[in-house]
Design a protein around this ligand. Structure first.
Ligand code: PRP
Length: 208
């Protein structure tokens, strides 16, 4: 059995479409089911639907062999017991610093984010001291209500920033989703995993 974790939310939708396009179909539609382990019609491949931030831990533990996860989640987590097999080029977005259009960076400013590690590294790199407030969602609210001076968050369409009167100040990273494999799983199940990987890579070539 090969187990593939897919992050819930936007990545799940695009990943299920991508799997269908390479003729791997889920036996239950994960988009409208509460089932967490989804059998597929492809040999012995199972899809596991989990919260994005939990993917690195499951892959690290070897309980799940493969994962489709955003670079943002992977870089934030800093666990390293996996190989990056492929850039899936799905769920593309940017990690940005945003705030009021008139705000300027200053030392000891407050930055709200779901990504404290990436945020710390970024502001260290550009030489700004800041205190980081870890939030779990609706990050844009923090500068609007004065909880923070800036945010570091995902920008996809830009709609959330626009509707809350915020502007992008800097891009921290371009993000896409990666296919990763637990290091031991990749050694033990390499033939099976490579077959799936080949199908994904061929599909990308056909699209061009
Ligand atoms: C993400 C992100 C932004 C928004 C950006 O939030 O944290 O808030 O999407 O997308 P946009 O540029 O297309 O507007 P998500 O929808 O995952 O919800 P959350 O705020 O609960 O984390």
């Amino acid at each position: 059995m090969v187990r593939l974790a897919i992050s819930k939310g936007r990545i799940l939708e695009e990943a299920v479409q991508m799997l269908s396009s390479i003729n791997i179909h889920c036996k239950v539609n994960p988009l409208n089911s509460r089932k967490l382990i989804i059998p597929t019609d492809y040999e012995d491949l199972e899809i596991i639907v989990i919260k994005a931030t939990d993917v690195p831990l499951y892959i690290d533990s070897g309980k799940i062999d493969l994962g489709i996860v955003g670079m943002d989640t992977l870089m934030e987590d800093e666990r390293n017991n996996h190989f990056i097999l492929h850039d899936m080029s799905i769920s593309k977005c940017k990690l940005v610093v945003a705030g009021d259009s008139k705000s300027k960076y200053f030392n000891n400013m407050k930055v709200a984010t779901k990504y404290p590690n990436l945020t710390k590294k970024y502001f260290e790199k550009i030489g700004i001291q800041c205190s980081i407030l870890k939030l779990y969602g609706s990050i844009e609210l923090a500068p609007v209500l004065g909880l923070s001076d800036f945010i570091v968050d995902i920008l996809e369409t830009g709609k959330t920033l626009k509707e809350n009167g915020l502007k992008v100040h800097d891009t921290v990273a371009d993000i896409s989703s990666l296919l990763i494999a637990n290091k031991i799983s990749y050694k033990l199940k390499r033939n099976k995993i490579d077959l799936i990987l080949d199908k994904i890579k061929k599909n990308k070539k056909n699209e061009k």
